[in-house]
Ligand binder design. Structure first.
Ligand code: SAM
Length: 212
C-alpha cells in the first residue's frame, strides 16, 4: 500500500501527489469537524481583516481558503511543493483574495517581511527533518515584525495499539512525529514562543510571534 509519508521516487521528498484522494481522505478523517477545527486554527493565529496570510504546505487549500475568508481586504496565499496539490487548490479554491503557488517551505520564493501571518497544518512532518530548521527560518524571514506563526502538526497517539495502527496506515514518519521539537525550533529561528494548544486529539499547535 502506498503511504503518503514514504519518499516517492522522483519529485520532492514529502510531496503528496494524489491531491483528489488526499482531499477526500482529509474530509473523511475530520469526520464532519474539518471546518470547526481549521476555523479554530485561523482564530488561534489571530487572522483579521486586511491581513496577508501564507499557508505553508497548503495541500488542496482548505485552510488557505478559510484564512482568505477571515481577511477581507487582505490576501491568503497557499504554497505547496506538489504540482498536483497546487493544481487542485487552484481548481477548487483560488479566486478573490485566495491564490496558490508552487514552492518549497525551506526555500520560499517570496519577499522578506511580506506577510502578517504564517499558518501550516499537517505539513511539517512531510518536510525532510534536515530541512525543517530552514523552513522555520524562511517563515521568520517572510513575516513582518510583530507577525504571527501558527504551526499545527500530527500528534501521535500514546497507546501501543493506536500507534501501531497509525504506523500501518500512514507510516513511521507520522507514528513517530516529534511534535515536541517544533517549539524549540521556532525559538531557534528567532520567534518568541506563545501558547501550545491541543486542537482535537491529533493536532498539536504552537503559536509564536516575530518580535517587533
Ligand atoms: C498532509 S498534507 C497537509 C495539507 C494541508 N495543509 C492540510 O492540512 O490538509 C502535507 C502537504 O505538505 C506538502 N509538502 C511536503 N513537503 C513540502 C515542502 N518541503 N514544502 C512545501 N510543501 C510541502 C505536501 O505536498 C502536502 O500537500
Amino acid at each position: 500500500m502506498h503511504k503518503a509519508h514514504e519518499r516517492s521516487p522522483g519529485g520532492a521528498p514529502g510531496a503528496i501527489r494524489h491531491a483528489r484522494a488526499y482531499e477526500l481522505a482529509s474530509a473523511l478523517a475530520f469526520a464532519g469537524s474539518r471546518r470547526r477545527i481549521f476555523g479554530r486554527l485561523v482564530a488561534l493565529a489571530g487572522v483579521r481583516v486586511g491581513d496577508e496570510v501564507l499557508d505553508v504546505g497548503c495541500g488542496p487549500g482548505y485552510l488557505t481558503s478559510l484564512a482568505a475568508q477571515a481577511s477581507p481586504g487582505g490576501r491568503a496565499v497557499g504554497v505547496d511543493v506538489s504540482e498536483q496539490m497546487v493544481e487542485e487548490a487552484r481548481r477548487k479554491r483560488a479566486g478573490g483574495n485566495c491564490s496558490f503557488v508552487l514552492g518549497k517551505a525551506e526555500a520560499l520564493d517570496l519577499p522578506d517581511a511580506s506577510f502578517d501571518v504564517v499558518l501550516s497544518s499537517l505539513a511539517i512532518h512531510h518536510i525532510p527533518e534536515e530541512a525543517r530548521g530552514q523552513a522555520f527560518a524562511e517563515m521568520f524571514r517572510v513575516l513582518r515584525h510583530g507577525g504571527r506563526v501558527l504551526i499545527a502538526d500530527f500528534q501521535p497517539p500514546k497507546g501501543r495499539l493506536a500507534r501501531h495502527l497509525v504506523g500501518a496506515a500512514a507510516g513511521e514518519t507520522m507514528r513517530d512525529n516529534p511534535v515536541e521539537r517544533i517549539a524549540p525550533m521556532l525559538r531557534d529561528a528567532g520567534f518568541d514562543l506563545g501558547a501550545t494548544t491541543r486542537v482535537s486529539w491529533f493536532l498539536h499547535c504552537v503559536r509564536a510571534d516575530k518580535p517587533l
